[in-house]
Design a protein around this ligand. Structure first.
Ligand SMILES: [Cu+2]
Length: 126
């Protein structure tokens, strides 16, 4: 474990060193972070849900939003990982749509009517 932390430290130092040495010179080198490609941005939303049916419903709703390139929800972590075109949509807009199909997000809550209509296995509110 200590070795791993040490290696991570070394990696950070190397990254920092590269950033410095690149600053003045290599103009042709793109400084694209691992989180963002051109026209594609990543974000993670916390979305409440419980089962595989929830996963299908949440991902379908997220992908229905124009500009969303990929959406993957994990039942255990409750994380909805999004890849989207930031010029077309934003995570907040996706969260609103996900809430309309019955799943609470950090900012938007599903209406009681929609929530109560979910199948029993999908009830996540305690
Ligand atoms: Cu479910």
């Amino acid at each position: 474990m200590k070795k791993l932390i040490f290696l991570m430290g070394v990696a950070i130092v190397i990254t920092a060193t590269n950033a410095c040495s690149n600053a003045g010179s290599a103009k042709s080198e793109q400084t694209v972070s691992t989180e963002t490609n051109i026209g594609e941005t990543k974000a993670t939303l916390i979305v409440q849900g419980s089962c595989g049916m929830c996963k299908t419903r949440i991902e379908k709703a997220a992908k229905s939003v124009a500009g969303v390139l990929a959406a993957t929800w994990d039942a255990e972590s409750k994380q909805l990982e999004l890849r989207y075109d930031a010029s077309k949509t934003a995570p907040e807009a996706v969260g609103k749509v996900v809430a309309t199909v019955g799943h609470d997000t950090e900012k938007d809550k599903a209406s009681d009517d929609v929530y109560n209509a979910l199948p029993g296995c999908c009830k996540y509110r305690s």
